[in-house]
Design a protein around this ligand. Structure first.
Ligand code: FAD
Length: 308
């Protein structure tokens, strides 16, 4: 569906509500994506507190304009034409961490690498795996992000979110149905605000050593020196997507500046200046080859956002 949003009306409303300081227009989204790809967002907003966030949501609801939330943009392919509507990127108050013994209340905008360091200082165990995840807490909950057998579902107790109706709701882990790269909030028009995590008391040296081990695994297996969005495809049951991609001869395949990583075939890297169209070409080529050779339909892990 093509959206025609009236920017002048939105601008006036934002001014009236005193939130124009947190709004940008035609903001290039490649700067918010780990692939460094993506055209402009009509309206880009970085609310630093719940009051401002509610004001923005109410304006966009009133004018029936869609919104998208992005965290660190590490699981996204944002298309070259950008996004028609509002993109929200949480700031300030949403980047807070509060400790109460083994319970940690974490803002949705907190980066997971930072979070793993903060809990290490408190000698809390359970988030050693998040040192390997470049996203934010919000994105990690939506995707039930995981590394080496540990996932967000292991630690999340409950999640607080804002609905499109501007209501704050809280739900417990049992209602979230965490699964492989998904939970019940995925694809719904909600904004995760914060979550409560339950950790265990641990030994600082052991936690630190586990973190170092995880960082080492990442460095050797993933193309961290290049722009990417992590794994492109989910592993089909009984297979590794990377192995299937190698077997169909797609490792190293390139289009423009986009390339199927020679280090990890389930990563597509941007060697500098690649377009979303280049990345999509490679994704579709891999899908065709794997389907033809193995009869397997690969499921995308990366999320595609924007105007085709
Ligand atoms: C080099 C590299 C390695 C990676 N390795 C792994 C790995 O080992 N395991 C793994 O699971 N993932 C991995 N990823 C993918 C990615 O880091 C995770 O999926 C991460 O959790 C996404 O978080 P994000 O903040 O970047 O979310 P984004 O990519 O910005 O968004 C992802 C989804 O979450 C939604 N979202 C984000 N924040 C909110 C919010 N506050 N409220 C509601 N919705 C929200 C977005 O709308 C979107 O649907 C890797 C990525 C890279 C670049």
């Amino acid at each position: 569906m093509k959206m025609n949003i009236n920017i002048d009306i939105i601008k006036n409303e934002c001014k009236k509500q005193g939130i124009d300081r947190i709004i940008k227009y035609d903001e290039l989204l490649k700067n918010y994506s780990s692939l460094r790809i993506g055209g402009p967002a009509d309206v880009f907003c970085s609310p630093g507190n719940i009051e401002d966030l509610k004001k923005v949501v109410s304006i966009f609801k009133e004018y029936n304009t869609p919104f998208w939330v992005i965290g660190n943009g590490t699981n996204l392919l944002i298309l070259d034409n950008g996004i028609r509507g509002l993109v929200i990127n949480l700031n300030k108050d949403f980047k807070k961490i509060e400790f109460s013994d083994k319970i940690v209340k974490v803002g949705a905008g907190v980066s997971l690498v930072y979070l793993s360091k903060m809990v290490l200082n408190r000698e809390l165990s359970g988030l050693e795996f998040t040192c390997a995840l470049p996203g934010t807490l919000g994105g990690a909950i939506i995707n039930n992000a995981s590394f080496k057998g540990n996932c967000m579902a292991d630690v999340v107790q409950n999640v607080t979110f804002l609905t499109r109706e501007n209501k704050i709701e809280r739900t417990s882990k049992s209602n979230l149905n965490f699964n492989y790269r998904e939970c019940d909030l995925k694809g719904k028009p909600v904004i995760i605000l914060e979550a409560t995590l339950l950790l265990k008391k641990g030994n600082k040296e052991e936690i630190e050593s586990k973190i170092k081990q995880n960082i080492e695994i990442r460095k050797t297996r993933q193309p961290l020196d290049k722009f990417s969005a992590g794994s492109i495809f989910k592993n089909p049951p009984g297979y590794y997507a990377g192995e299937l991609i190698e077997k169909v001869g797609a490792k190293g395949l390139s289009r423009g500046q986009a390339e199927v990583s020679t280090r990890h075939a389930n990563f597509i890297v941007n060697n500098g200046g690649a377009s979303a169209r280049d990345i999509l070409y490679l994704i579709e080529e891999i899908e065709k080859r794997v389907k033809k050779n193995f009869g397997i339909k690969l499921e995308r892990e990366i999320e595609i956002l924007g105007e085709p």
